[in-house]
Design a protein around this ligand. Structure first.
Ligand SMILES: [Zn+2]
Ligand SMILES: [Zn+2]
Ligand SMILES: [Zn+2]
Ligand SMILES: [Zn+2]
Length: 411
């Protein structure tokens, strides 16, 4: 389905561009800007591992653009030219708009090129956190940098820059603050309204400013399940029935909330219990995408080996519990398992929890799991990665690697 929509959508836009002036000339600008940003943020250099995820993310972008273009709902506050036609006649606007298109095309090309230059040389992503460089200036995101150091430690080798093979270490590499700041200025797309904003303002825009951001009803605490775009919340409040519920009805709802809070409290208490264990380790890991060699290739993720409690381990993850074709479902989730790679001398009763870690930006509500690893049972069952929503799973799928921290406890 999606494959069919893209060519027809872009053809339609090309035709519109040739027949200038179209009835709504302003909206043409939206297409090139968003699609080029999608490739610049996800890196179009075509790494073999992340290729599928990248193309699927650009599919959604293009389709969304086409819908937005035809529905005519796109407004760009950064685009002065758009506001003009409302005041002036359409005639007057056409030439500045053409200029604007040319101007934006050249700036976009620069942004796109910068995206390619400033990305991490290992994962090709534009990093959100610290950026390191080797003594020859090759850039690596903090996640990949620590990963290279960790791999070298495990192999008992000297870590080297993947580009020029010069030795790298905590002392023989430096942060590149200029690149970090430049990356922050590059445009990134809002997940709700698909408009572009500088990376350093995007968080605030998505959290507080975006008119399309998902918002809850102000009566959600007494049970209103409504969720919708921010610009509809006012009209919902006017028609919401929840403020008129009786005390008895509200009490029933509060009872459910109390149960949830009780559950949460239990989890925090168990974390404090675990923190008194004698053996605690943490590892900052990176899940990388691979494909199975079955007849129908399946995407799965795996970390490199890491050591904990004098044993070697890996974490494996898969999508939608190994569903045959996850693209058929709009709900996405990751499940993961912990695998013991060495033979334990005694059974290992391990509690573990996945957190976002210092270099990741995964949004999840942590859950503790427990498993007894023995010589015979060296793989834990698959547990759900407790991501905040399905959109977060898609965001992780579109990234080249997934950074996280695994904390493990052993009594
Ligand atoms: Zn990287
Ligand atoms: Zn280098
Ligand atoms: Zn937005
Ligand atoms: Zn409501």
């Amino acid at each position: 389905m999606a494959d069919l929509e893209i060519p027809s959508g872009s053809q339609m836009l090309q035709q519109q561009q040739q027949q200038l002036p179209p009835p709504q000339p302003m909206r043409l600008e939206v297409e090139p800007s968003t699609s080029s940003s999608a490739s610049s943020t996800t890196g179009s250099a075509g790494s073999s591992s992340g290729g599928a995820a990248t193309s699927s993310s650009s599919v959604t972008t293009v389709v969304v653009d086409v819908i937005a273009t035809t529905a005519g709902t796109v407004e760009d506050p950064l685009e002065p030219c758009k506001k003009k036609p409302r005041v002036d006649s359409g005639e007057k606007c056409q030439s500045p708009c053409k200029e604007q298109i040319i101007k934006r095309e050249t700036t976009e090309k620069l942004e796109y090129r910068l995206g390619g230059i400033l990305c991490c040389a290992v994962c090709l992503d534009l990093p959100k956190s610290a950026i390191y460089q080797c003594t020859n200036g090759h850039l690596m995101c903090a996640g990949c940098f620590t990963h290279l150091l960790a791999d070298a430690r495990l192999r008992d080798e000297v870590a080297t820059c993947p580009n020029c093979r010069v030795e790298i270490s905590k002392h023989q590499a430096s942060r590149n603050l200029a690149v970090e700041k430049a990356v922050n200025e590059l445009p990134s797309e809002c997940q709700y309204c698909n408009k572009e904003y500088p990376r350093n303002t995007l968080d605030r825009h998505e959290r507080e400013l975006c008119e399309e951001r998902t918002t809850r009803c102000m009566y959600h605490r007494i049970g209103c399940p409504w969720r919708g775009p921010y610009h509809e919340v006012q009209s919902h409040h006017e028609s919401c029935s929840h403020p008129n519920k009786s005390g008895a009805e509200v009490m029933d709802i509060l009872r459910v909330f109390d149960q949830d809070i009780e559950k949460e409290k239990k989890m925090y208490n168990s974390i404090f219990d675990l923190l008194s264990y004698e053996n605690i380790t943490f590892n900052d890991l990176q899940l990388k995408p691979y494909r199975t060699d079955e007849f129908v290739h399946k995407l799965y993720y795996e970390t490199s080996r890491f050591s904990a409690f004098t044993n070697q381990w890996v974490v494996k993850a898969r999508i939608n519990n190994n569903q045959r074709d996850p693209t058929q479902s709009c709900q996405r989730q990751f499940t993961y398992q912990l695998i013991l790679k060495t033979k334990p001398t005694t059974p290992l009763e391990i509690s573990f929890v996945i957190l976002k870690g210092p270099f990741g930006d995964m949004k999840l509500s942590p859950q503790i799991h427990q498993f007894e690893f023995t010589e015979q049972t060296n793989e834990s069952p698959y547990f759900t990665l407790p991501l905040v929503d399905s959109g977060e799973a898609n965001r992780l799928l579109s990234a080249k690697t997934i950074q996280f921290r695994l904390i493990a406890f052993r009594q």
